[in-house]
Design a protein around this ligand. Structure first.
Ligand SMILES: *[C@@H]1O[C@H](CO)[C@@H](O)[C@H](O)[C@H]1NC(C)=O
Ligand SMILES: *[C@@H]1O[C@H](CO)[C@@H](O)[C@H](O)[C@H]1NC(C)=O
Ligand SMILES: *[C@@H]1O[C@H](CO)[C@@H](O)[C@H](O)[C@H]1NC(C)=O
Ligand SMILES: *[C@@H]1O[C@H](CO)[C@@H](O)[C@H](O)[C@H]1NC(C)=O
Ligand SMILES: *[C@@H]1O[C@H](CO)[C@@H](O)[C@H](O)[C@H]1NC(C)=O
Ligand SMILES: *[C@@H]1O[C@H](CO)[C@@H](O)[C@H](O)[C@H]1NC(C)=O
Length: 422
């Protein structure tokens, strides 16, 4: 080996380290997981409809979902009469990851939810059944705990979560947020959270949506200069190519261009509460479903949800229950955003349930927007840009659906940080 050869190798190594340093400085990754317990059923699809309805209409009471396939909605009834197991099942599908709270750290699994804005976890003082199977925060064990004591209550799913606010260090993707205020739930009633795989919710919507005016954690990540840009993005794994529990990546501080194809297509946020924006239009085959219609990008919803009148139009074209052999003859759903068509083929919007098939599109009443859940976000890498108040979308790069390079990069970042410490 000649010395010039060694020299060039050193240069290459230095260049590589430079690249790694750049990548590490910009982005912080959290692997997100999905429960292996999830099985989609017709009941779970109906249960999710009700869950979404309550999430987006928190002040109203509830809807009754009849036990057969009729779509009767009665918003004045209060009795909850849908399968709780189905909702637990829905909750198991959601994408979640690990954070820690306090010093020394207490670890929690949280649902990363762009459709709500509070962080809450169960308290050690919660004696509700739904708290039992979960990690519970004990402020007495944390040297960085600061009491707040303000009461909070959040309508969640079929029930509600309530308790007090507390403040402590919250660590996410290795980033330590000082003085993060969160909900310490002392009561969880009718939430169906008992068997959910995650312990609490990590809200990532706009602060205007936050109960009690609490600053959401991502705002503090930015405010405390822990991320380089006020941007986060989701790459959700929808294909069963990985171990079933691997669900993708939440990236804090930017977007990873290796996880999508081409450039992100941006749409301005139209209302800063949910991550809401205006679509140019939605078509189903040759039928225009709406033009200049509103949508919300929500990682905490798994299906596609349409306003009720549009849903009725969809049902006039495709029945809710259908034969799986019919899938290939169904029209493509096309959502046009900033002039660019984003296609959802029938294989993505139809859900196979055992040997039968059912539409993965549901409706919501009381709101005039669509909700683009994981069926959409799983196909289209989604960037949430809080600094520029815009959303960016691009086709996911299926070729990068292998976790291995990501894990390697994470390891290299760790090494880089170590080298910096030395
Ligand atoms: C439920 O289905 C049965 C028959 O399948 C029908 O007779 C009944 O009216 C339906 N109930 C509702 C509330 O739609
Ligand atoms: C809704 O429920 C209320 C109270 O149970 C009842 O009076 C009303 O008739 C129902 N409406 C419909 C459309 O079923
Ligand atoms: C739920 O529906 C079942 C069957 O339709 C009925 O027997 C039961 O009383 C209902 N429960 C509630 C709380 O409405
Ligand atoms: C509790 O937290 C809320 C929300 O951050 C804040 O407005 C309030 O001042 C805090 N109260 C105390 C006593 O720290
Ligand atoms: C963080 O928030 C505080 C209080 O709202 C504010 O004074 C401070 O300037 C903010 N810091 C950054 C870096 O945005
Ligand atoms: C899922 O896997 C199939 C077959 O391996 C592939 O054709 C498709 O592009 C993948 N979809 C995504 C979103 O990765």
């Amino acid at each position: 080996m000649t010395s010039s050869n060694t020299h060039s190798k050193t240069l290459v190594l230095l260049a590589l380290l430079g690249l790694v340093a750049g990548a590490c400085a910009a982005m912080h990754r959290i692997p997100v997981r999905r429960s292996e317990k999830f099985v989609r059923t017709r009941q779970s699809i109906k249960a999710e409809r009700e869950h979404v309805w309550r999430k987006y209409n928190p002040v109203q009471s509830s809807i009754s979902v009849s036990s057969n396939t009729s779509n009767t909605v009665n918003s004045s009834t209060t009795a909850s009469n849908y399968s709780v197991e189905s909702l637990e099942n829905v909750l198991n599908f959601q994408y979640f990851g690990s954070i820690s709270i306090g010093t020394p750290p207490q670890t929690f699994l949280v649902l990363f939810d762009t459709g709500s804005a509070n962080l809450w976890i169960p308290s050690v003082n919660c004696y509700s059944l739904d708290c039992y199977n979960h990690q519970q925060y004990f402020s007495g064990d944390s040297t960085t705990y600061q009491a707040n004591g303000t009461v909070f209550s959040i309508t969640y799913g079929s029930g509600s979560v309530s308790g007090i606010l507390s403040t402590d260090v919250v660590t996410v993707a290795g980033l330590q947020i000082a003085g993060q205020t969160f909900g310490e739930a002392t009561t969880e009633t009718g939430t169906s959270m008992g068997d959910a795989t995650f312990d609490g919710i990590f809200g990532m919507a706009y602060a205007s949506l936050a109960v009690d005016g609490v600053q959401p954690p991502f705002y503090n990540l930015w405010n405390q200069s822990l991320v380089d840009a006020p941007v986060f993005s989701f790459y959700l794994e929808t294909n069963g190519t990985q171990a079933a529990s691997y669900g993708g990546e939440l990236i804090l501080g930017g977007s990873d261009a290796s996880l999508y194809v081409g450039n992100l297509v941006y749409a301005p946020v139209s209302s800063q509460a949910y991550w809401q924006f205006q679509m140019d239009g939605v078509t189903l085959g040759g039928t225009t479903l709406c033009t200049n219609c509103q949508a919300v990008a929500d990682t905490g919803t798994s299906l596609l949800i349409a306003p009720y009148d549009i849903y009725l139009t969809i049902l006039s074209l495709i029945s809710q229950e259908l034969s799986c052999t019919a899938i290939s003859s169904l029209p493509t759903l096309t959502i046009t955003i900033s002039g660019v068509p984003f296609q959802i083929p029938p294989s993505a919007y139809v859900v196979q349930v055992d040997s039968a098939c059912t539409l993965g599109i549901e409706y919501i009443q009381g709101t005039d927007f669509w909700i683009l859940g994981d069926i959409f976000i799983g196909r289209y890498y989604t960037e949430f840009d809080l600094g520029n108040n815009r959303l960016g979308f691009a086709s996911v790069n299926s070729a990068s659906a292998l976790a291995a390079p990501i894990v390697h990069l994470a390891a290299l970042c760790g090494l880089w940080k170590l080298l910096n410490l030395l």
